[in-house]
Design a protein around this ligand. Structure first.
Ligand code: NAD
Ligand code: WQD
Length: 335
């Protein structure tokens, strides 16, 4: 298939481009590089020995979208979005505009060109404060911040739009906590400024770029008191997108799937796993809870196994080893 990947220069997008190219698909990327570097795409090409088409531009720009959808694009994988929870509380309108208006513009362009398949980057954030774990796709949906609201609204808009188009199909992929990097260490997560997320922070402490990790709370109702999450290797996630786009080609309608391992790790367990996998120490201090954090969130990923024939294969040791190979080989990211 010829697949347009919006946000393809970003963290998850670049890894997905590798797997798509290796699976023999033709890939076009539309990205405005607001949170990424074109160097990631050059490295995707070096890893795979294949080339992709890159259109630099914004998903809210109809001319760029039309250009990106040229050449017989048959499906879109839509990663392009702003994703920082804290920033979304300070600038909700920027998030509504970029994420929601951008997704509407994308659907309009797809409809105009007759492109029927859409795979969408959703998030476990749509489960809000889950009452029980693990969560399956039937769990009630709610939001705790403007970023999460954009994901929930986009899921609903995509559902309505795909229902209105005969022959259209949409797959909503709800990622839990993506971590790790390509095993080559040549592409990986490159957060701008101070990382918000645990694994890049841990890796930056280990490489000496940050002094100590702040562990946000050890008084949660979890076995060791620190927050529990379902970390998923970005290469497993990337493989799921290939399955999802193939599923969309054979199934109409709109379906949501959890993408996680089904196994939770606490913050302290992640630190220990990282130290064991890398031989590096990760000094930390216990601090107050981070506002908005939930105690635990883990996936029931069984629907993806049944319907997509996908399940996570890489364990926490591989997640830490690969995150470290990327971080130690590229201490300043792509810079
Ligand atoms: P990322 O920031 O690395 O990638 C997003 C890419 O989209 C970047 O390359 C950015 O430049 C591009 N982009 C943003 N707005 C754009 C616009 N208006 N036009 C064109 N390009 C634009 O983030 P990521 O971690 O790779 O996340 C990819 C997707 O997965 C996002 O939709 C995110 O919300 C979702 N997601 C991420 C996580 C996570 O923890 N990383 C978890 C759940 C869901
Ligand atoms: C994991 C655990 C923290 C940093 C976020 C978004 C979510 C999704 C994935 C996009 C928690 C603790 C963290 C640190 C810490 N993104 N922590 N010290 O919060 O589960 O999810 O990213 O859709 O929407 O909210 O991930 O990696 O930030 O935190 O102790 O410096 O690590 O409290 O328990 P989170 P995270």
């Amino acid at each position: 298939m010829h697949i347009l990947v919006t946000g393809g220069a970003g963290y998850i997008g670049s890894h997905t481009c590798v797997v798509l190219l290796e699976a023999g698909h033709e890939v076009s990327v539309l990205d405005n590089l607001c949170n990424s570097s074109a160097e990631a795409l050059r490295r995707v090409e070096a890893i795979t020995g294949r080339s992709l088409r890159f259109v630099e531009g914004d998903i809210r720009d109809p001319a760029k979208l039309a250009q990106a959808l040229e050449g017989g694009v048959e499906a879109v994988i839509h990663f392009a979005a702003l994703k920082a929870v804290g920033e979304s509380c300070e600038q909700p309108l920027a998030y509504f505009d970029n994420n929601i208006s951008g997704t509407i513009a994308l659907m309009q362009a797809m409809e105009a060109k007759g492109v029927p398949r859409l795979v969408f980057s959703s998030s476990a954030t749509v489960y809000g404060e889950a009452k029980t774990n693990p969560v399956d796709e039937q769990a009630p949906l709610s939001v705790t911040n403007p970023y999460g609201r954009t994901k929930l609204v986009m899921e609903q808009l995509i559902g309505d739009w795909s229902a209105s188009q005969s022959g259209a199909s949409a797959v909503l992929l709800r990622y839990f906590n993506p971590v790790g990097a390509h095993p080559s260490g040549r592409i990986g997560e490159d957060p701008q400024g101070e990382p918000n997320n645990l694994m890049p922070y841990v890796a930056q402490v280990a490489v000496g770029r940050r002094e100590r990790l702040r562990v946000y709370g050890n008084d949660y109702p979890t076995p060791d008191g620190t927050g529990v999450r379902d970390y998923i290797h970005v290469m497993d996630l990337a493989r799921a997108h290939v399955r999802a786009v193939e599923y969309a080609a054979g199934n109409r309608g709109c379906r949501a799937f959890n993408l996680g391992t089904g196994r939770g790790y606490s913050v302290l367990e992640v630190i220990t796993a990282f130290e064991e996998a890398t031989g590096r120490l990760v000094p930390y201090d216990i601090e107050a809870r981070r506002p908005g954090d939930v105690a635990a969130l883990t996936a029931d990923p069984s629907l993806a196994q049944v319907e997509l024939g996908w399940r996570a294969e890489l364990d926490i040791a591989a997640m830490c080893e690969d995150a470290w190979r990327w971080q130690s080989g590229n201490p300043e990211g792509y810079a």
